[in-house]
Design a protein around this ligand. Sequence first.
Ligand code: NAP
Length: 264
Amino acid sequence: MNALSHAQTALITGASSGIGATYARRLAARGYNLLLVARNQARLQVLADELMTNHGVEVNLLTADLEQHADIEKVASQLRSDERISLLVNCAGVALNGSLAEADIDSTHSLLQINLLALTMLSSAAAVRFSLAGRGAIINIGSVVSLLPERFNAIYSASKAYVLSLSQSMHVELSGSGVQIQVVLPGVTRTEIFERSGGSLAQIPPSMVMEVDDLVDAALRGFDQGELVTIPSLPDSNEWQALTQARLQLAPNLSHNQPAARYH
Ligand code: NAP
């Protein structure tokens, strides 16, 4: 396990608000220097000033629109070349309000670029360099909707299922490399994401809404414990282990040279 330690740099996408900004505060408190990525430079600068003053760490900004290939490449290139970076937090993400039938091509394209393509290419860049260094960690922010696609809108849920699947595969591909992978599955968390996507938290029972500080603190405890999948709300982690075991038990029967008897 890679315990978080001092004098290393964390690159955090989506650092201008919500979960990403909270990771920035927590990692600065742990002594990390930071490279903060988002579009809103003014908000990043306010956060950077706060963290440099309160924690004496070095904070740099990388303004990027992760819908744009050139900007994804700009951040990936930083991950490939800056040997001080040992932690990537892939937090930038957007949600969509509405069903698949209501999807428009522009907002769907934006979501896929940010939630899938940017996260994938940044993970790839970090994985290559961290593996060569023999140390590093990648934290991907997924969602519990990846486990409940029947209960949430199709495109966002599917994007988060991709994040879970990618992270599980990365964990296997990078085993023995010294690179730690964690995927965090938040439930409903009080941030701007709902208003940004035209939704609201107002209809959601307060008992289902976690405060962002609690979410990130729990996620970092899961990271410290070396968890691959962290579900901050789930009281009994044995339930997740049981689901994983049940899924893996299908493995011997998922590819045969004949269809199953019921299809004869
Ligand atoms: P948020 O407060 O809306 O933060 C989203 C972040 O993503 C912002 O920093 C935003 O920065 C950045 N971002 C959005 N579009 C971007 C773009 N085109 N290029 C670069 N950065 C962009 O929402 P949040 O809840 O903290 O979301 C963080 C992650 O948590 C997302 O991946 C989300 O899917 C996941 N999540 C959230 C919840 C929840 O209930 N809140 C639950 C499960 C998972 P700029 O606008 O400055 O670019």
